[in-house]
Design a protein around this ligand. Sequence first.
Ligand code: ZN
Length: 222
Amino acid sequence: MRIFTYRNIPIILHPSFIILAVGFVVVSGILHGPAIAAISGLLGALLFGSVLLHELGHALVAKHYNIDTHSIVLLPIGGMAMISKEPDEPRAEIYIALAGPAVNVVIFLPCAVAAYLGIPLAYELAVLNLAMGIFNLLPAFPMDGGRVLRACLSLKYGRVEATYRSLKVSTVFAWIFIVLGLFWGLIGVTLVGIFLIYMTSQHRQQLDDMTSHNSHRPNRRE
Ligand code: ZN
């Protein structure tokens, strides 16, 4: 569902985001009353705003490198800035990837001060943005940290080999998430690990398809 357009970039809200947000507020209301439901709704809106600004950070820096963004899609697990092409220059990829977490840091700092002054919800917003920034900087594909890792590796190994190597690192992180999630009893952490395994295998498949036509690097398989 398109909610608005910013600088020709359609901002699209995935239906699962709305279902989950409404469900969360309704369940909070039933369990804890209308006041807690209102706070939950407000926190959801602040989370939504933070994810959107994170993605706009990527989109605006991509624009600086003449790369357009087709749309920004907001999902319950985070957002995606659909840029028209992957940057050729490793430096551009690093800056575009870092722009999102940098936005979270920019939001975190005043919120931390506001939280210290006792302003309501500032603490929650500060924690949310700190967590979002750190989580996205983990060196696992397709998160921002994984892209930074790939760009750094591609300076030495070239783009294809760098992508394979960063996908290996992503797989290790995915299994750490799965095991820690099971160990701590946190299903969300395990689900993130499963999501990463899925995304990593998708990327590897794409790369295998691409390189199987490439005589420079035939039949690379993990
Ligand atoms: Zn990001």
